[in-house]
Structure formats: structure tokens, C-alpha cells
Ligand binder design. Structure first.
Ligand code: UD1
Length: 416
């Protein structure tokens, strides 16, 4: 049962609620390590990445309880210990625990983190930046150890923008001695959420949302109750699905203010968007018109996490165009699978050229990573005939229940 069967070629019609954000909840959960006592995190999505993060927190001594999407983390008893290699291995966000653990217990031993196979995804910049804060790092075969007495604030001039490094440095800096400056800092909404959570707990952070963050270390943080915002990538996924299949869907809780580039692109491609106080109505009565070019980038540019979904939209549009991927070098892994469905796409370096064929047919295709897997499901909705997408577990890393949500949106889809 690790596959999804989709009966394609039918328009969507329905409504679904957008879950809490994966990329916001993971660093916030890591941040609870910095706060002695019990934090309550609402709207935490029920996805496997969150499950792995909670397991990692438990392995460090935290007491974790969960009632649906409300998670309570009690961090009174955190102790250093080896983290379960299987959880560290499957999820790149486990690196987030590094900054928080160094602040809390001063010593960390972990395997190199895993995650989606969308590029080399090294952690050199994480380790180098933490060295600047006084951390001694020793790298070995499959992992590394790091230790520090007390983290020291530092000025970081990063060679490029990294979401993960920015988050790790924020976590290391909030309880550090002195002031830390991160430049250029990533400005993704998930970073803003992490900063807001920490501020509510008593951290002193300036420049939130800008490319320069200044963090003044404080002596301690205090437990809080905090709500994770809706997931802009999941909202973008169901928007793209509707554009591929056609129809009319209401996406409740769409975080539209964090989706400007995506909504602009969808509008250009012919989707009619209507904003209501509790969500977004998407109407796609005709095929998407496609676009000439799409370039991914750091926020507020078009997010790399939605690149493969919009590659599918472009593939069904019947218009030639190209996509340039500037963040991860290996994010075109779905191209051979989309070709099995009749897509006309060629890749040259970091550009994918989408031909004007405009029709897809059902096929058995394999998900190889999270967003690419969701994109194959969207392609299957648009394709004539039946498709099977295998390796559903990749999709489960980021979607609470993609089958249920798409059924709510009127798709004919089931577990296989
Ligand atoms: C986060 C998101 C991911 C998103 C990405 C870019 C989470 C859990 N994941 O990933 O969904 O696609 O931001 O928006 O929030 N790099 C290095 N050395 C390092 C660190 C990064 O070379 O030490 C490179 C990466 O290989 C990549 C680029 O920097 O090419 C950007 O990666 P980064 O922004 O760090 O992405 P993640 O934090 O891994």
C-alpha cells in the first residue's frame, strides 16, 4: 500500500483545508529545546517529518504528547545522547537540532542528515558558521560531533542565502553570549515564524523578514503556546492540481500573503483567483495558458518547492516554455517519469525546456522525492486514463493525507 491510484481526466470540484506548515513546524519544534518547561504548538501537521522530529526530541529526553494537531513538548529533562540514526537519516531538518542542542547542552553527536534527494545538500556552511560562534566540530565517516561551553555571538557574512543555515544560527544565537548578525539572512515566511515564536518566548531579534537579522542573546526563554501558520507549499500544490485538472476548488486557510509570486504566476497562466476571508477560490475553466519562463529563487521569488508542480502545469498547457532552477541542482528528477506520461521535456544544465505537446496519458510512475511525488499526482489528475504513483511514503513526508484532500476536491483517487 505504498502507492496511489488516480483516475485522470476529470475536473475538480470541492473544498479542502490547508494543513499547518511543515517547514515552519520543524524549526519551531527544534526551538522548544531552548525553553525549559512545556511549550504547546498548535496546528502542527500530522506528517511523517513531524513524527520523526518528535521522535528525535523524545530520544533527547523531552516528553512529547500529541492530541491531533496540538503538540506539547516538555523539555525539563534534556540530556545529550545519540540520536536515532534512522530519523536523522531520513530528514534533513534534523540538522536544525544542532544549533538548539549546542545552546541547551553544549554537545552534539549525530549522523549526517538525510532528506529528499534533490541535490548534494551539504552541511558545510552550517558547521562553518557554528565554528564562528566558538563551536569545536570534529567530522568523521558517517557523522560528526560538536561541542562548546557557551555559544558566543558573532557576525556572519554568508556566501549565499540558506534557509537551514539561517534557522540554525538563529537557534544558536538566541541564548548566546552577546550579539549575532546574520547577513544575508533568508527571509522565507518560515523563518519569520520561527523568529515570532522565539520572540514570544522572550528572544530579542531585529530585522525579521529582512536580509539582515540581529539577535541579542538573552539569559533564558519562557514556555509559550504558539500556532503554526498554514502551509504555502501545500496550498500551491492544490492550486497547481486544479490548474492541471481544471475545475473549481476552495482552499480554506490559504496563506495568500506568503504566496505572491506563486499566485501571480498562476494568474498569468489563466487561473482565476478570488480571495475570501477564510480562503481562496480557484477557478480554471480552460486549459492553463502556460508561460514562457519560470525561474526559482529565494523568497519572495518563485519557490523551488513548487517548481515541479508548475512544470506539470506548463506541460499540460500546450505552450513551449522553460524553467530555471537556481536553488537545488537536482530538482528535475521527475522529468523521466513525466516523459512516461507523454510530457515533452528536455533538461540542459539547470534549465528544463517544456515542449508544446500539451497532453498527458496515464502511466505507472515512481515518486523519488516529496514535491516531485506530489507533482506526479497532479500530472495524473490531468492525464487521460489511470495512473499509479509509487513510493507514496515520500509524499507522506509533507502532506497529511493527499488522497483524502484530493478526494475532497473531487478527484477520483485511492490508495493502491
Ligand atoms: C529549506 C526547505 C526546503 C526548501 C529550501 C529552499 C525546510 C525543512 N526545507 O531547505 O523545502 O526547498 O529551504 O527554499 O525548511 N547549502 C550548502 N551548504 C550548506 C547548506 C546549504 O551548500 O551547509 C546549499 C544547498 O545545497 C542548496 C542551497 O544551499 O543548494 C540552499 O539550501 P537551503 O536554503 O539551506 O535549503 P534547506 O534549508 O535544506
Amino acid at each position: 500500500m505504498d502507492a496511489i491510484r488516480i483516475y485522470g481526466g476529470k475536473c475538480l470540484d470541492g473544498q479542502t483545508r490547508i494543513q499547518g506548515s511543515k517547514n515552519a513546524s520543524l524549526p519551531v519544534l527544534a526551538a522548544t529545546l531552548l525553553i525549559k518547561g512545556t511549550c504547546e504548538i498548535e496546528n502542527c501537521p500530522e506528517i511523517s517529518d513531524v513524527y520523526h522530529m518528535l521522535r528525535l526530541l523524545e530520544s533527547l529526553g523531552c516528553k512529547v504528547t500529541r492530541e491531533g494537531t496540538l503538540v506539547r513538548v516538555n523539555t525539563e529533562q534534556v540530556s545529550e545522547c545519540d540520536m536515532p540514526a534512522d530519523s536523522v537519516g531520513v530528514m534533513r531538518s534534523s540538522i536544525m537540532l544542532l544549533g538548539a542542542l549546542l545552546a541547551r547542552v553544549g554537545s552534539v553527536k549525530m549522523d549526517y542528515p538525510g532528506g529528499c534527494v534533490i541535490g548534494a545538500r551539504p552541511i558545510n556552511l552550517h558547521l562553518q558558521s557554528l565554528r564562528n560562534m566558538g563551536v569545536a566540530v570534529e567530522e568523521g565517516e558517517g557523522g560528526f560531533s560538536a561541542c562548546v561551553n557557551r555559544l558566543k555571538g558573532a557576525s556572519h557574512r554568508l556566501p549565499f542565502i540558506s534557509v537551514g543555515v539561517t534557522e540554525n544560527l538563529i537557534l544558536a544565537a538566541v541564548l548566546a553570549e552577546g550579539t549575532t548578525v546574520i547577513e544575508p539572512a533568508a527571509g522565507e515566511p518560515e523563518i519569520q515564524t520561527l523568529c515570532e515564536f522565539l520572540q514570544q518566548a522572550g528572544a530579542k531579534i531585529e530585522g525579521i523578514g529582512s536580509d539582515r537579522l540581529t539577535i541579542h542573546g538573552v539569559e533564558r526563554l519562557f514556555p509559550v503556546r504558539f500556532r503554526i501558520p498554514a502551509d504555502r507549499i501545500v496550498a500551491g500544490t492544490y492550486l497547481a492540481a486544479c490548474m492541471c485538472a481544471g475545475g473549481r476548488v476552495f482552499l480554506q486557510d490559504t496563506p495568500r500573503h506568503h504566496m505572491e509570486s506563486v499566485l501571480a504566476c498562476a494568474g498569468q497562466m489563466g487561473a482565476k483567483l478570488k480571495f475570501e476571508p477564510d480562503g481562496m477560490l480557484v477557478t480554471c475553466r480552460t486549459k492553463p495558458t502556460g508561460c514562457e519562463s519560470l525561474v526559482t529563487g529565494c523568497y519572495p521569488a518563485f519557490p523551488t518547492d513548487l517548481q515541479s508542480l508548475f512544470m506539470v502545469v506548463m506541460s499540460v498547457s500546450g505552450r513551449q516554455g522553460w524553467i530555471e532552477e537556481t536553488v537545488f541542482e537536482n530538482r528535475f528528477r521527475i522529468v523521466p517519469e513525466l516523459r512516461k506520461m507523454g510530457a515533452d521535456i528536455t533538461v540542459y544544465k539547470n534549465r528544463a525546456y517544456v515542449g508544446g505537446r500539451g497532453r498527458l496519458h496515464g502511466a505507472v510512475v515512481q515518486a523519488e522525492e516529496l514535491r516531485g511525488g506530489a507533482a506526479l499526482v497532479a500530472a495524473s489528475l490531468a492525464a487521460e486514463g489511470t495512473s499509479i504513483v509509487t513510493n507514496r511514503h515520500y509524499i507522506d513526508r509533507g502532506y497529511e493525507d493527499i488522497v483524502l484532500s484530493l478526494r475532497e476536491l473531487g478527484a477520483e483517487i485511492e490508495l493502491a
